[in-house]
Design a protein around this ligand. Structure first.
Ligand SMILES: Cc1cc2nc3c(=O)[nH]c(=O)nc-3n(C[C@H](O)[C@H](O)[C@H](O)COP(=O)(O)O)c2cc1C
Length: 204
């Protein structure tokens, strides 16, 4: 079986100069795969911790099922199961904070995602340090390198799909490390650790 394929490609630059690029491309012998597990390959988003608060209650849950929807305004679409304690806190308060933990917190993230705030105070249980946000009541997690304060932007899909569209209204990001190591969720205890940052410029 031929695994590698050498391909000669040509790109046209704007100033009219053509450059030839040699690319070694791997050829994959693909097999049928369950469509329900396709998400394992489509979820390169870092697993986050979503904090919420409503009246005298606050909570935190792990979240891996979300997507960027728009840059301006900064919109994020998130699937938050209605069975989660967080669901009602977020639905009623119309707010949350999306906190990004690093690899070192991986075990804590999994533990947070495997218990419910309806039974345990997760801030106490996991010794999470929180601070007050600027624009929302949900707490920011000090243990995470970035925290994004979010307000509900559109709830059209909540009833049918538990899908919330949030606008990030305030972002808090540590200046170091520049490229923190994060984890991406592939489902059923499987994670991918983020790799090296690479920059690939387009050749338009
Ligand atoms: C890594 C990981 C990612 C998860 N992603 C999501 C998610 O995107 N949406 C969701 O509804 N639940 C997700 N869960 C499950 C919730 O985090 C879990 O049900 C949690 O216990 C809910 O907490 P709560 O009842 O205190 O709100 C995830 C769990 C783990 C471990």
């Amino acid at each position: 079986m031929k695994i590698y394929q050498r391909s000669k490609q040509e790109s046209q630059l704007k100033n009219g100069i053509k450059i030839a690029v040699n690319i070694i491309m791997k050829k994959y012998d693909k097999k049928d795969f369950p469509v329900t597990e396709a998400r394992r390959f489509l979820e390169p988003t870092p697993t986050v911790l979503v904090t919420s608060a409503y009246q005298d209650k606050k909570n935190v849950m792990a979240m891996g099922w979300y997507t960027i929807m728009e840059f301006v305004p900064s919109l994020i679409g998130c699937m938050i199961s209605s069975g989660n304690h967080s669901f009602e806190l977020i639905r009623k308060s119309k707010e949350c904070v999306i906190n990004i933990p690093t690899l070192e917190l991986a075990k804590t993230v999994v533990a947070i995602g495997n218990c419910s705030g309806s039974e345990v105070d997760k801030f106490e249980q996991f010794s999470l340090i929180s601070e007050t946000g600027k624009l929302v009541k949900a707490p920011l997690l000090v243990n995470c390198f970035a925290s994004f304060e979010c307000k509900l932007y559109d709830d059209k899909l909540v009833k049918d799909y538990n899908f919330f569209i949030f606008e990030i209204v305030k972002a808090h990001v540590a200046s170091s490390p520049k490229y923190p190591k994060t984890i991406q969720y592939r489902g059923d205890s499987h994670f991918v650790e983020s790799g090296r940052n690479i920059i690939i410029n387009s050749l338009k």
